[in-house]
Unconditional design. Structure first.
Length: 185
């Protein structure tokens, strides 16, 4: 099913960005090396990576759309047969509770997708309530729901759970990158 494969690619891309972010910016040694090499460049990259993560995660929770469809959980759930709708929608609602508590939707709508003046001025709250652990749990649950959707669509023979982390190829991992930077400083 094409939509499912496209969604899986989006979710994999999010997990890749999350993996890179976690390995670069959740490790004190790595952060020190990045700051010693060029704090402005890597600080800017960190902000861009965070914004990309927040935006891409928020899009997974979009409405399914009417004429123009949005590639989102609700759209994929709408493709399953009626026997699976209730359970998948219930799982999605549970996932939405975590998503809503993160305030990513408001952040996306007010600051990432639009220049909401009151949010920029700080009059309207649009600050995300997210930690790396929140992102990990959110992605873990996204993968779990997606595994159930693929099973309901008949793509897999069972529901599955996938790690929110992507295994980076040998020679292109973050450790190798940090080691090269350390040699330059």
């Amino acid at each position: 099913m094409e939509s499912s494969a496209l969604f899986k690619n989006k979710l994999s891309d999010i997990s890749l960005n999350f993996t890179v972010y976690s390995e670069l910016f959740d490790n004190t040694n790595s952060v020190n090396t990045l700051n010693n090499f060029h704090s402005f460049v890597f600080g800017n990259y960190q902000k861009c990576l965070v914004d990309a993560l927040y935006l891409e995660i928020a899009k997974l929770f979009d409405l399914k759309g009417n004429n123009d469809k949005n590639l989102s959980f609700l759209y994929l759930i709408s493709l399953t047969n009626d026997n699976n709708h209730a359970e998948l929608e219930e799982n999605f609602e549970e996932l939405c509770k975590l998503f809503k508590s993160s305030n990513l939707k408001a952040y996306r709508n007010k600051l990432l997708a639009h220049n909401d003046l009151k949010a920029i001025q700080g009059v309207r709250a649009a600050k995300p309530e997210v930690t790396t652990e929140t992102l990990r749990v959110l992605l873990e649950r996204c993968w779990s729901l997606f595994g159930k959707i693929e099973y309901a669509l008949g793509i897999t023979d069972r529901a599955y759970q996938t790690s929110p982390y992507i295994l980076l190829p040998t020679g292109s991992g973050i450790d190798e990158f940090i080691n090269k930077l350390q040699k330059c400083t």
